[in-house]
Design a protein around this ligand. Structure first.
Ligand code: 3HC
Length: 715
């Protein structure tokens, strides 16, 4: 189907995801112009190779100002828009961002049942910038379009038909059906299937039964529901503006408005940060010295047929649910009947909750619950491909478990510990297969939290690490590699953050104010509410495990634990909780705690000292950054981006600030370093800056991996 054919096929083919880069758009535009100048061609079908229609514009292209002669997806779409020929999009696979915008510029859209469609630009801190904000409202109504674009998630082909984005689900093979259809329309158009169906020629409506006069009200309502611009809401507010333009302005002016807003956002700090997060996530599994990690390597696939869990406590049952909800049968071993009864209830409760929420059918919930088998017979773990141990956090207990597992698990099985404080190597020593022992550090609740730290011991084999990344993918977790050091990446950094929070509270700054400052920065909760959630008894246990290093300036934590204030679970910790307020989860300031801090400070001879909001923010964030730099220096973390992902997915760091290490670059490493030096002089050696940070600051560089490595050689 080339020159001379009535229907031409243009196949998007730019592996791996047919991204519409400037260079590729140039080729595409040439193909469209060739079709346009061929008088025999009456219709064009656009399809995609590589199992995907298109992932949209190439995100790498936004990094710099486009060259004056750059051909963008807008130019390609402009050519389709101007054409008098019939354009049909034949979608099979993902059709996202600029890819969907191209499809929207076509006259007809058909897709295979497996396809997914969406405009995810908001997740990159952007808005659709190639006509999407103007065409989609004209196709499905402004309200539905706004909802879809604000969420940024893709929808199934079936849902896209319901919404009116797709004309039909096309039976396979999609391309043939589309060509046939295009030929029919070009040869014999009807009133229902005219040759041209330009969305630009339509008027946009708000939604069924909503008069256009309500637009200002609807837009004001939309703005009201969004987070403030400076707290992650910038792109969302601009999106509402763009959709308003689709309602109010002629198409050409609306598109121009959209383009201006897009360009402004492409240069905004939140978008730069979110694009960093996008690429950092895709780097995670690329481990330089390990074949079988990374995307393109075929050996990265490790099918887990069955899994085992040792310990039916909170963590163990959460891990079991995590496997079961990904379709993997799990055997949970525990000899404590009470623990097993409780775990059974947790599992059933969890799946039933999902049924209530409409996320699972009754049958599916039942099937998943059945996939978890509880037993006290360790031999039932013999077939498991991976066994995760989640028993009491005590080295001797764990070593006993491993010695036992060693005699039962099949030779190829991976033995993973869920410890958060113990030395993986000491655990691995208890087996004859230390190369197959590693850490899989899940976060509570394990079936919900998206983060997984994979901890590499001194003897862990590359194959075992590659397997663990495969497992992470199967479990749909963001898996990050960490070295075997106390607290790994996430908890090690949080200890410094919490140290500063405690120090500020000991100085007389209230826990409620400190938490408020961090919420204003964008965290969903501050350090004290977070401690209450994870349990003050847990915090105290970790502090004691650190020996002298874990000793604070006061004994506030011990005092609170002695009072039975263990956090949210006991309705009191640094804050108090009330069942009638926010279902018992809302932190309520408690003057008793202020008094305990004041008393402990008096006993320790700590004078009161007011810190302003900026200082609170800087001390907490720069403590994370400094520790992060040490972890890079020591090789515990591979890349700054890995730590950013840990913080965004494990600790609620606001993604529009890109993670702590990205934030350091955003502020300027030299400035951060300067403040850390001041803190060192004022507060003591706990603030000694990392050599790597000093090197980057002195070079005037950024913590981006390459610069950081270079800086290290300077240090
Ligand atoms: N631009 C540049 N590179 C992209 C890309 C894009 N839009 N989408 C994916 N890639 C790259 C990834 O970085 C990765 O590269 P690597 O192999 O070197 O690490 C490779 O393609 C494969 O990506 P994934 O590992 O994510 O592959 P999956 O198969 O798991 O997922 C996907 C595929 C669902 C398409 C997913 O990549 C995705 O969601 N991509 C982003 C989609 C998106 O945000 N589109 C909007 C772009 S902005 C836009 O279109 C602006 C327009 O309005 C003007």
């Amino acid at each position: 189907m080339a020159e001379g054919d009535a229907v031409r096929v243009i196949t998007l083919d730019n592996p791996p995801v047919n991204a519409l880069s400037f260079a590729y758009c140039k080729e595409l535009l040439a193909a469209i112009e060739a079709a346009e100048s061929d008088s025999a061609t009456r219709a064009v079908v656009i399809a995609g190779a590589n199992g995907i229609f298109s992932a949209g514009a190439d995100v790498n292209d936004f990094a710099q100002e486009p060259p004056a002669d750059a051909i963008t997806v807008r130019d390609v779409i402009g050519a389709v828009e101007r054409s008098e020929k019939t354009y049909v999009a034949a979608i099979d696979g993902n059709c996202l961002g600029g890819g969907l915008e191209l499809a929207l510029a076509c006259d007809y859209r058909g897709a295979s049942g497996r396809s997914r469609l969406g405009l995810p630009e908001i997740r990159l801190g952007l808005i659709p910038g190639a006509g999407g904000t103007q065409r989609l409202p004209r196709l499905i109504g402004a309200r539905a379009a706004l909802e879809l674009m604000l969420k940024g998630s893709s929808v199934s082909a079936e849902r896209a038909v319901e919404l009116g984005i797709l004309d039909e689900i096309t039976p396979a093979p999609v391309l043939e059906a589309a060509v046939e259809f295009a030929r029919r329309v070009a040869d014999s158009p009807t009133a229902e299937t005219p040759r041209k169906r330009r969305l630009s020629a339509r008027e946009a409506e708000i939604g069924p039964g909503v008069p256009k006069i309500a637009l200002p009200y609807v837009a004001a309502q939309a703005h009201k529901m969004l987070p403030p611009e400076e707290r992650g809401g910038l792109a969302a507010h601009r999106l509402v503006d763009a959709v308003e333009a689709a309602m109010e302005l002629p198409f050409a002016l609306g598109v121009a408005r959209e383009a201006r807003l897009f360009e402004e956002l492409a240069r905004s700090k939140p978008s730069l940060a979110l694009r960093h997060v996008f690429f950092a996530e895709r780097e995670l599994a690329k481990i330089p010295d390990i074949a079988g990690t990374g995307r393109s390597d075929a050996t990265a696939r490790h099918d887990i047929v069955s899994a085992g869990v040792v310990g039916a406590g909170t963590m163990g049952s959460g891990i079991a649910i995590a496997f079961a909800q990904c379709g993997i049968p799990v055997t949970v071993v525990d000899s404590n009947d009470d623990a097993v009864d409780k775990a059974r209830q947790t599992v059933m409760g969890m799946f039933m909750y999902q049924v209530q929420k409409g996320k699972l059918t009754q049958e599916e919930a039942w099937r998943r619950a059945q996939a978890i088998v509880f037993t006290d017979d360790w031999r039932e773990l013999a077939a498991a491909d991976v066994i995760v141990e989640a028993v009491f956090e005590d080295l001797d207990v764990k070593r006993d478990v491993y010695a036992k597992l060693d005699g039962i698990a099949k030779p190829s099985a991976i033995l993973a510990t869920n410890t958060s404080t113990l030395d993986i190597d000491r655990i691995a020593e208890a087996t004859k297969r230390p190369q197959r022992v590693l850490g899989l550090h899940f976060f509570v609740p394990a079936n919900i939290m998206p983060l997984l730290e994979i901890v590499r011991g001194a003897q862990t084999s590359p194959e075992a690490i590659a397997f663990a990344f495969g497992a992470g993918k199967t479990l749909r977790k963001k898996a990050v590699l960490s070295g075997n050091a106390f607290g790994f990446i996430g908890n090690r950094m949080i200890l410094d953050y919490l140290r500063e929070a405690m120090a500020l509270a000991e100085d007389g700054n209230s826990a409620a104010r400190i938490d408020g400052v961090m919420r204003d920065f964008g965290f969903p909760m501050g350090p004290f509410a977070m401690s209450d959630l994870s349990g003050l008894d847990v915090g105290l246990h970790i502090a004691r495990a650190r020996g002298d290093e874990g000793k604070g300036r006061t004994d506030v934590l011990r005092r609170l634990v002695d009072m039975g204030r263990l956090g949210q679970k006991s309705m009191a910790g640094f804050f108090r909780y009330d069942k009638a307020v926010g279902k018992g989860r809302e932190a309520i300031a408690d003057p008793v705690v202020d008094e305990i801090f004041a008393d402990a400070a008096r006993s320790a001879g700590i004078p009161a000292r007011h810190a302003d909001d900026a200082e609170i923010r800087e001390r907490l964030l720069y403590a994370l950054i400094n520790r992060g730099a040490y972890l890079l220096e020591d090789g515990v973390a591979l890349r700054p981006g890995d730590m950013d992902i840990v913080y965004i997915y494990g600790y609620g760091f606001p993604p529009h600030h890109g993670g702590p290490m990205w934030y350091a670059d955003e502020v300027g490493v030299d400035k951060v370093y300067g403040r850390i030096r001041e803190f060192e002089a004022q507060f003591g050696p706990q603030w000694k800056p990392s050599a790597l940070l000093r090197g980057v600051a002195e070079d005037g560089g950024t913590l981006g991996a390459a610069d950081a490595r270079k800086a290290l050689s300077h240090a």
